[in-house]
Design a binder for this molecule. Sequence first.
Ligand code: AMP
Length: 338
Amino acid sequence: MNFQDYAIATIGSHTALQILKGAKQEGFKTICVCQRGRERVYESYKVADEIILFDDLKAEYDEIEKQLIEKNAIMIPHGTFVSVLGHEKVSETKAMYYGSKDILEWESDRTMERKWLKDAGLKLPKIFENHKDIDRPVIIKFHGAHGGKGYFIANTPAEFEERIKDYEGDDDYVIQEYIVGVPLYAHYFYSPVNDELEIMSFDKRYESNADSIGRIAAKDQIEVGIQTSYTITGNIPLVVRESLLPYFFELGDGVVDASRKITPKGLFGSFCLEGIVDTNLNYYVFEISARIVAGTNPFINGSPYTDLRYDEPMSTGRRIARDIKEGIEQNKLDLIID
Ligand code: AMP
């Protein structure tokens, strides 16, 4: 089969615009699986050859999947796909899936994720299993529904005990060392088709209200009783000091190598390290996303880094489509489809 016999599909949210646009740039047919009421976006930007509508993705997914299989579509997962379906449902999906499903379990389990990142040689913020051991600034991060909202900072066990009272009944949180520095998200692409790791771009997030608290005086912050929250509203592009690039390449290699020890196919495609750079230029990673992240969205027309490597606009979405195209043409599709 040649690549025109395949379609590329994704859920209409998150990074769908660049995934679909990139697939079209590479010559694929595109399918947007879209919640009813949101289709205007994908029609307006003309990125979808076909739109399949749903009201409840999880309930209707088996039916939708039959259509995807008929159309020989490859599903590109992103954050919304995984969070709506859940990693167990995703691991049972039958349509062609770009990425490694085994990795999802490692990524979604905090203990397994930490083991993977440690094996990769990364520096991680310390985790406090018992709040009585808090001996430095810590950030208390709630999992699931809260998202970045409602995280709080504490400096001592007593401060923790006071603040946690507001969250009675919610014990799904982690107490993590608070790293003072700047947040930095590194976007990678590793292709097993050509066995090469690329740095695609970097971003930082624009979080409400953490990114605007500094606009009012400390006195007013205290008087108004502001609680810091990290609700993500957008992404801001970044370039890093060039002297940091060798370090970031090494970190990416470490993560890919360690992933091969945990699942046979390992990690491939787009992934992102999320962390803080301190004043000594150490990068503390608090999370990995094993798929395309929304921080790549500012780079639909390419980033300064992809511009160096490619003589054409290369978004992460397009890079995925190119990987699939090369996989088909070189008979290596099995390396990248689960
Ligand atoms: P997360 O929900 O883990 O993506 O974190 C949301 C935000 O909290 C990040 O973008 C950072 O600004 C901040 N943050 C998370 N973990 C830490 C940490 N260990 N030290 C400092 N800031 C952090």
